[in-house]
Design a protein around this ligand. Structure first.
Ligand code: HMG
Ligand code: MG
Length: 305
């Protein structure tokens, strides 16, 4: 099996991770987390979401967060923008990349962004055009590509259709998301292969929630196809407020340990990511949901005893 030699990781913990937290996480904490992450070597950090604060209260501080971070050169600070109102806020906050987010499932589209798939694409069109006109990168996320919490099965054809629609909007990257973590490797490979028949594989990324413990296996299946871009969440933070029961994204520490162990370069310092994961977990008052983070902490404790 020939795997990519280098893999790009987009760190989504400060957005996908924290959006689901019931307790208020102050902007100062989010800023401190993002700065730890940029110091660890990530080149793309999802820093917030310019969505309705009535829908996702935790993201209401996204403007303050983006204003407060010290920008490192070479780092793309990205933000979710569901509509023109979100794009204007993202531009004001000097986002480098915007993420438009749709779904392969009609039911999830309505629950998450209050419109049909077709309506969402028409809403995204001016967002993508205006972002490009301002020189921003446009990434798309296609939720529920492996299953939907409301409608169950999602046909591969619905994923291909979603990818094609995002491709028509001129998106620079399309993320295929397993929002509720139900995908298994053979199915994931089939979905990504089908997506690659309508959009360049090099610009497709994988976004795997780890609800059923399948995320690393699914990433490995993608690597086997040549997919070299993945989202991951430090300390395994998160979930989606509109997909009840879904746990966080695959933990970044676990992905890095696997990739580095396979000799795949990421440019990211695992020890610094572990420290960032410990920092935010301490603030939230629970251990990191990353087995690698916990194992390395136990190893360090034994060594210093
Ligand atoms: P709506 O209620 O249909 O919107 O919501 P509207 O246009 O009718 O406006 C209603 C109110 O919302 C108005 O305020 C607007 O100003 C305000 P009011 O007059 O009532 O005071 N509003 C906004 N406020 C701030 N920023 C905005 C904005 N837009 C309208 N951009 C809307 C439609 C899309 C806004 C809403 O459904 C929404 O915000 N949804 C976001 C849901 C969300 O953030 N979900 C989590 C992120 S997606 C995810 O996690 C999945 C992903 O990780 C991939 C995966 O795992 O699958 C990406
Ligand atoms: Mg997600």
């Amino acid at each position: 099996m020939k795997y990519p030699r280098r893999v790009h990781i987009t760190e989504v913990g400060a957005r996908d991770g924290l959006q689901n937290e019931a307790q208020d996480v102050p902007a100062t904490v989010k800023i401190a987390l993002i700065e730890r992450l940029s110091a660890a070597g990530f080149r793309n950090i999802e820093a917030g979401a310019f969505v309705s604060p009535k829908w996702v209260p935790q993201m209401a501080s996204s403007g303050a967060v983006m204003d407060g971070i010290t920008r490192r050169s070479g780092v793309t600070y990205s933000a979710l923008t569901p509509n023109m109102q979100g794009l204007e806020a993202a531009l004001a906050a000097r986002a480098d990349e915007v993420v438009i987010f749709g779904a392969a499932s009609e039911a999830f589209s309505r629950k998450n962004i209050n419109c049909s798939i077709a309506e969402s694409i028409e809403r995204f069109r001016p967002v993508a055009d205006a972002a490009h006109a301002q020189g921003l990168r446009v990434r798309a996320a296609l939720s529920c590509a492996l299953g939907c919490p409301y409608q169950g099965e999602v046909p591969v054809a619905a994923v291909v259709d979603g990818v094609r629609r995002f491709a028509d909007l001129g998106c620079d990257e399309i993320g295929i998301a397993d929002t509720i973590g139900v995908g298994t490797p053979a199915r994931v490979a089939a979905v990504f292969e089908a997506a690659a028949s309508v959009y360049p594989l090099a610009r497709i990324s994988g976004h795997f929630h780890d609800t059923y413990g399948q995320a690393l296996a699914n990433i490995l299946a993608c690597l086997g196809l040549g997919v070299a871009r993945f989202d991951a969440s430090v300390a395994g933070l998160g979930g989606c407020p509109y997909a009840r029961g879904a746990t966080g994204n695959v933990a970044t520490e676990d992905v890095l340990f696997m990739l580095h162990g396979m000799g795949i370069d990421t440019g990211i310092d695992l020890d610094l990511v572990c420290a960032a994961g410990q920092y935010i977990s301490d603030v939230l008052g629970r251990p990191p949901q990353s087995r690698v983070n916990r194992a390395l902490a136990a190893k360090r404790a034994t060594a210093s005893a």
